[in-house]
Ligand binder design. Structure first.
Ligand SMILES: Nc1ncnc2c1ncn2[C@@H]1O[C@H](COP(=O)(O)OP(=O)(O)OP(=O)(O)O)[C@@H](O)[C@H]1O
Ligand SMILES: [Mg+2]
Length: 436
């Protein structure tokens, strides 16, 4: 996430707030902002003027968010259609839905990472303001792991700590932070194992996910986006990873706003979610307290069968990728398309949806001072030195970089040498070679 240099004062906030009311709701505002609130103030209520000290929290809201992608000659296609929601510090929001429903797109939009071929409308605000977060205040764990395959788990996290953490921290402090994070993610046994990749087996897929998470949480970000953090993990590992992510604040005392997209949470993992956002083809099927989702489905004629994981039931009800037996349909003989439209309509007119809108409006109404606490990463010289070392280790260990090239050059040299082999060193032997 980029650092935004602007650091507004109280009057900035006031003018920002009043001008915000005049702005159209369909104005593009991909913005991230940091705000700090004391815990007592948070308890007192949201209409309070927030002071900037002690604890920092990120209240993220998005309203009527549309994301459209152009399909060349075929016009455009809406990936997200009028999604509204919020996420608060100390809460974990899970985005769920069938594959291709727009989970990653929503995360990308909220994190300001949408591609250039997409068009976004709607409001995304942090603490009701339009501002970017300082470096290190937010982190995004992508769906795919991009790690250097030649490094070990320990090296990957240590090098990353040297690069991401500021020069004000000593090397040993950075190393300690990296070690603690590795232990938090349960990777201490694999610390000396190489990541591995194509052609060289290393750590497992689930461990790679955890290394990626480790690298992203090194800076103790206050806003954490995780795109499918549990893919590749078994149910026990998923639970441990998710519970560690959810309880990070208990260890470092920072109340985080965590937004994850997830495919198949076990019922134990599901219980960790505070809020749930269920999407189907870019539309909100449900957004609200995770614990109230079962009730919402039941009240619309889709009760969760006894002993079935609620998340499995939700996904089964709204997944239309695979043809249902028309005779059978869902519970009550309803086709999936119909079930989705019933749920989408019912959600729009429900009290839960009104409550969400009220909550979003309340967060936006806050007249909060923005304190953009500048964080820094390692300085230029440290970066150069760490990157050079990392690059050298990578090249040294990667067969393709040095050793294969060396072998090719040796073979080439031998090939050339055979042409002139035993030619002789005299003037006459050179003339003979020229004639030939
Ligand atoms: N930049 C883009 N250009 C064209 N289509 C896109 C683009 N980004 C997303 N899409 C389409 O939008 C839909 C939603 O994509 P997205 O990656 O958000 O799905 P998802 O819910 O994260 O799926 P999965 O669970 O498989 O990761 C998909 O059909 C995808 O093909
Ligand atoms: Mg995705």
């Amino acid at each position: 996430m980029n650092t935004l240099p602007h650091q507004p004062n109280a009057s900035d906030s006031e003018s920002n707030c009043s001008s915000k009311k005049m702005e159209s709701s369909l104005h593009i505002r991909t913005s991230l902002e940091v705000d700090t609130i004391t815990s007592t103030e948070r308890k007192r209520g949201s209409a309070f003027c927030i002071q900037t000290e002690a604890e920092e929290g990120v209240h993220l809201t998005w309203e009527d968010l549309w994301v459209t992608v152009s399909n060349g000659k075929n016009g455009s296609r809406s990936i997200l259609q009028g999604v509204t929601g919020y996420s608060k510090p100390g809460q974990l929001l899970a985005i769920m839905g069938p594959s291709g429903c727009g989970k990653s797109t929503l995360l990308d939009a909220l994190a300001g990472r949408l591609g250039s071929n997409t068009r976004q409308t709607g409001e995304i605000l942090i603490n009701g303001h339009k501002q970017a977060l300082a470096y290190g205040t937010s982190a995004y764990v992508t769906q795919d792991d991009t790690l250097l395959t030649t490094l070990t788990v320990g090296e990957s996290v240590h090098y990353s700590a040297q690069l991401q953490l500021p020069d004000s921290m000593s090397k040993s402090e950075k190393r300690e932070r990296a070690d603690i994070t590795i232990r938090e993610m349960g990777l201490q046994d694999a610390i000396n194992t190489r990541i591995g990749g194509w052609g060289a087996k290393g750590i497992s897929g689930g461990q790679k996910r955890r290394v990626t998470i480790c690298i992203e949480i090194l800076t103790h970000p206050r806003l954490l986006f995780l795109d499918e953090p549990t893919s590749g993990l078994d149910s026990a590992a998923s639970y441990y990873v998710m519970s560690r992510i959810a309880s990070l604040d208990q260890r470092d005392g920072i109340e985080r706003t965590i937004i994850i997209s997830i495919h198949q949470p076990s019922s134990e993992v599901f219980q960790l979610f505070h809020n749930l956002c269920l999407l189907s083809s870019g539309k909100t099927v449900y957004f609200g307290p995770a614990a109230a989702a079962t009730e919402f489905f039941a009240s619309n004629g889709f009760p969760c069968p006894t002993l079935q994981n609620p998340s499995d039931h939700f996904l089964k009800t709204i997944n239309k990728d695979f043809e249902q037996d028309p005779e059978q349909g869902l519970a009550g003989g309803v086709a999936t398309d119909e079930a989705i439209s019933i749920l989408v309509k019912s959600y729009k007119s429900s009290d839960i949806s009104q409550q969400v809108r009220r909550e979003v409006a309340e967060i936006c109404r806050r007249d909060s001072n923005i304190m953009e606490k500048k964080r820094s990463h390692a300085g230029f010289l440290t970066q150069c030195s760490v990157l050079t070392r990392r690059s050298f280790v990578n090249m040294y260990r990667d067969l393709g970089y040095y050793w294969l090239r060396l072998a090719v050059y040796v073979a080439l040299a031998i090939g050339l040498a055979t042409i002139f082999y035993d030619v002789g060193l005299g003037h006459r032997s050179i003339q003979v070679t020229e004639k030939e």
